[in-house]
Write a protein of this length. Structure first.
Length: 348
């Protein structure tokens, strides 16, 4: 996907993270006039400033919990990638109100400031953990989706389009398991997994940016988009990493962490019943009925029986060789392999 952003000003909240780095690099290649990065971490901003070295990048120190700092960064912006969030499941379990302040209230600040500034489109990044959530992080992201969708319900004539995207594990993103596996292998350690039978959807950072761009150019008010994806078990992911690095490590099971699920769903069957199949993507439209329900239906929705959840346990699952091939598509993995001198024939 290669949309033209010539002359556009784009704000990326939480822009010093893995997603922000990737989207910034892509946008700088496409004639964007200015990319604004809003985040709390001035050290990461300084690192990003030196790494990318482009005068079109502007950095705003602020916190999405603080409306005024969001409003300051939003002036004159055309598009917003809302990526700022608390994402770690265990830390949100211990500090759930912090997840509420950032993921729910902070997101509301972003949407409200975007509306005030006349932004064309806001895309909020969500997670498969928002579907049937069992942990505080997923619950706060589910509420973020509701906040985003409620904007259209309460502002039917708004100029700002607010939509969401939902995806699974973004491979090699900061804090994800693949960099951990590689660090363990480089240190000569075994790989630790919580439960080898857990399944997860796998998506590259590049594909996650493509998903957000697809939403920008196809979203109606309140839409939610997911990208179709394959899944794999955590055990197979660990073994594939061992194979690529030609290591003698074993897989050690350390037990499930706080509030982890055995599988994740990108969409519930209730959502799929009203979804549009757009090839590589599903568009799930918001329920735009108002509170004055004019029709009450006694029978259930029979169409729901035709659908299953879009779940990592039930979609096409990759085997170990397929996971190896997927890992080799990641530039970071290829660099680590080249540095380690492993599987060079497969890297070249």
């Amino acid at each position: 996907m290669n949309h033209d952003y010539t002359g556009s000003r784009i704000l990326v909240t939480g822009g010093t993270g893995s997603f922000g780095h990737t989207v910034a690099r892509k946008l700088l290649e496409r004639g964007v006039e200015e990319i604004r990065v809003l985040s709390r971490d001035e050290a990461k901003q300084d690192q990003m400033r030196h790494e990318l070295g482009d005068s079109r990048l502007r950095f705003y120190v602020g916190d999405i919990r603080d409306y005024l700092s969001v409003e300051r960064a939003m002036k004159g912006v055309d598009y917003v990638f809302h990526a700022a969030a608390l994402k770690q499941v265990p830390s949100c379990e211990f500090f759930p109100m912090e997840a509420v302040k950032t993921n729910v209230q902070g997101s509301e600040n972003v949407i409200r400031a975007a509306d005030h500034a006349g932004v064309s489109s806001v895309v909020c990044l969500s997670t498969d953990k928002a579907v049937y959530p069992v942990n505080a992080m997923g619950m706060s992201k589910a509420m973020m989706e509701k906040v985003a969708q409620s904007f259209g319900l309460n502002n039917p004539n708004a100029e700002t389009t607010v939509s969401c995207v939902r995806y699974g594990n973004v491979m090699y993103s900061r804090g994800s398991v693949i960099p951990l596996f590689i660090r363990q292998l480089k240190a000569g350690k075994n790989l630790t997994v919580t439960n080898p039978d857990m399944t997860r959807f796998m998506m590259s950072l590049s594909n996650s940016v493509d998903l957000v761009e697809f939403a920008f150019h196809n979203a109606n008010q309140g839409d939610l988009f997911i990208r179709k994806a394959k899944s794999c078990t955590v055990g197979d992911l660990a073994q594939a990493t061992i194979n690529l690095f030609e290591a003698r490590a074993k897989v050690e099971v350390i037990g499930t962490r706080h509030a982890e699920k055995l599988s994740e769903a990108l969409a519930s069957r209730e959502e799929l019943a009203r979804a549009d199949d757009m090839g590589d993507y599903f568009r799930i439209q918001a329920d735009n009925r108002d509170l004055n329900y004019s029709v009450y239906v006694d029978e259930g929705d029979k169409s729901l029986t035709k659908y299953d959840d879009y779940d990592s346990h039930t979609v096409d699952r990759m085997d170990i060789p397929e996971v190896e091939e997927l890992l080799l598509t990641l530039p970071e993995v290829r660099r680590e392999l080249a540095a380690a001198g492993a599987s060079l024939s497969r890297v070249s």
